[in-house]
Write a protein that binds this ligand. Structure first.
Ligand code: ADP
Ligand code: MG
Length: 542
């Protein structure tokens, strides 16, 4: 069973000739490390040069994170009387949009500092270089600890994530990039922190003033002809009206970080509620998946809601490719629909993947659901897809194609799917992937360690995932709690840490919550506030 998921075990080291190879590899690794260290040292020097005032306050020790948009450093500082403090310095790339930077900072200053949302201590700027100084939280790598977490720890992790999400959602912040590397977890101290508001957007009634001026990708695309330029003025306003010249720029973190070209995905505006076309994507997807019997290909169409506004095609033209796997020339001439899509593909909600223009805080709850899915199944990343339609097809293999299609209708999208796939039983799926069902030989934690970094569903293993969908359910041990059996549940919560760390008796409440997080319909998806009150957390207090 596990082999069908593409898990490869390392060959045992048996013979001495291998030793030479390992010695050579060892010295290669050392060289690599030295090279890296030299690179980090150089970067630190450059940062001191770019923002010289940092050297008055901080000793920068190491680089702890590097993305397309920022580098994060560990520094120490003697900020107040007492011992040296550890500080995280986030150096934003100079091409980041000033409004974007100021909005990120405002999220941290207004909503941060409590309820597991990272706060901010200082912000430094020289010219176009901005450095945000935050309290440093030492944290684990999600993948490293995934298979050693007790069930109780998973419960605490999710509870604390919802606490952070409730806090930011109350401020009308949609984080848009909820994933383990943005939710820091110190296992030893039981501390948590939601970080990285670099892609955040505001709800229509957001309390974060600057989020009102942050352009979505959709807006950026609309004004992508505008020439971008960088403002290096003296002030980044954290409140009050936004200067006109800042408001009109188009370069943002999102646009640099996740450039989407038309070739990657084309979900086009339809007419008569019938059309959409993502011509190339369909081709790519078909090519990727159609070689296998159980391949799924998908098409997403706009329903009537959006039809009038974005179609550049004369309304009188009727299309003849509806419900086929072709894209006609009429559809090719239609203007592409734009909607916010920032974030990480494997964590994107269906309404993001289908470019629904009305996106709410519910998208963060979906991402939290994907994290929970990883925690329950022991697989990270759970979904791995390079484009949105593949990601959508992957979601269908878990949540069902009919269900996905039906939910999409509620937010104005029609999805065509070449093959019907049933929804999976979440408990059976997670237990099978974790190796806990009785039909699968038990995995030792060591072997699980090997397996955990394999995505449960990837492009490479899509067909296998489909096989997984179709695998007849294994014999289920049946020793879990039934819904409504509250006495035995309470009893179980006390014993999570003793009984196989709780993993052999995961209560139904866990899968009920997972089901509500992975609700395909954003309007009925559970909110963070509701999640905290879910029976899964019944003995935990805020
Ligand atoms: P990016 O926009 O580049 O993803 P993040 O804000 O997510 O930037 O930070 C990148 C990484 O730096 C995080 O995944 C985390 O490992 C580390 N990091 C960020 N902030 C802190 C902090 N306050 N304390 C400790 N580590 C941090
Ligand atoms: Mg990040």
């Amino acid at each position: 069973m596990e082999a069908s998921l593409g898990i490869q075990m390392d060959e045992p080291m048996a013979f001495s000739p291998q030793r030479d190879r390992f010695q050579a590899e060892g010295s290669l690794k050392k060289n690599e490390q030295n090279f890296k260290l030299a690179g980090v040292k150089k970067d630190i020097e450059k940062l001191y040069e770019a923002v010289p005032q940092l050297s008055n306050v901080f000793k920068i020790k190491d680089k702890i994170g590097e993305g397309t948009f920022s580098s994060v450093y560990l520094a120490t500082a003697q900020l107040q009387v007492g011992p040296e403090e550890k500080i995280a310095l986030k150096h934003l790339i100079p091409t980041s949009h000033p409004i974007r930077i100021a909005a990120e900072l405002q999220c941290l200053t207004v909503a941060g500092g409590q309820d597991n949302v990272m706060g901010v201590k200082y912000c430094f700027r020289k010219n176009d270089h901005v450095v945000i100084a935050m309290p440093y939280l030492e944290h684990e790598s999600f993948l490293d600890i995934l298979n050693s977490l007790s069930f109780q720890e998973v419960r605490e992790y999710m509870f604390n994530l919802f606490k952070a999400l409730k806090r930011i959602h109350q401020f009308g912040i949609v984080h848009r990039d909820v994933k383990p590397s943005n939710f820091l977890y110190n296992r030893h101290l039981k501390k948590y922190a939601l970080v990285d508001f670099g892609l955040a957007q505001g709800t229509h009634d957001t309390k974060i003033e600057l989020l009102k001026f942050v352009q979505s990708e959709a807006q950026q695309e609309r004004c992508s002809q505008n020439k971008s330029h960088i403002i290096t003025g003296n002030k980044i306003p954290l409140s009050g009206p936004v200067p006109k010249e800042l408001d009109q720029q188009s370069t943002t973190k999102a646009s640099v970080k996740r450039p989407y070209t038309n070739a990657q995905i084309q979900i086009k505006q339809g007419k008569d509620g019938k059309l959409m076309k993502q011509s190339k994507t369909v081709d790519v997807l078909s090519r990727k998946l159609a070689t296998k019997k159980k391949a799924i290909s998908t098409k997403v169409m706009n329903s009537a809601v959006m039809r009038k506004t974005a179609s550049s095609c004369p309304a009188s033209l009727t299309c003849d490719c509806y419900a086929t796997d072709k894209v006609c020339s009429i559809c090719l001439s239609r203007r592409q629909q734009v909607a916010p899509r920032a974030g990480t593909p494997g964590f994107r909600a269906p309404e993001v993947l289908t470019k629904c223009p009305d996106q709410t805080t519910a998208i963060d709850m979906w991402s939290a659901g994907v994290i929970f899915l990883s925690l329950l199944s022991g697989r990270y990343p759970f979904y791995k897809a390079s484009d949105d339609l593949t990601a959508l097809a992957q979601i269908m293999t878990i949540r069902g194609s009919r269900e996905t299609i039906q939910a999409a209708k509620t937010f104005g999208k029609s999805i065509l799917c070449s093959k019907e796939v049933p929804a999976q039983d979440l408990r059976k799926l997670c237990e099978r992937l974790r190796g806990m069902d009785s039909s699968t030989p038990k995995l030792t934690s060591d072997i699980q360690g090997h397996a955990s970094h394999q995505p449960a569903i990837s492009e490479k293993t899509d067909h296998k995932a489909s096989c997984l969908v179709q695998t007849p359910p294994g014999q289920y041990s049946g020793n879990s709690f039934k819904k409504g059996d509250s006495n035995s549940c309470e009893h179980c919560f006390d014993e999570y840490n003793t009984n196989l760390e709780g993993w052999n008796e995961v209560p139904d409440e866990a899968y009920d919550l997972l089901d509500k997080l992975l609700d395909l319909n954003p309007a009925s998806r559970i909110t963070a506030e509701e999640a905290l009150l879910h029976p899964f957390f019944k003995d935990m207090s805020l």
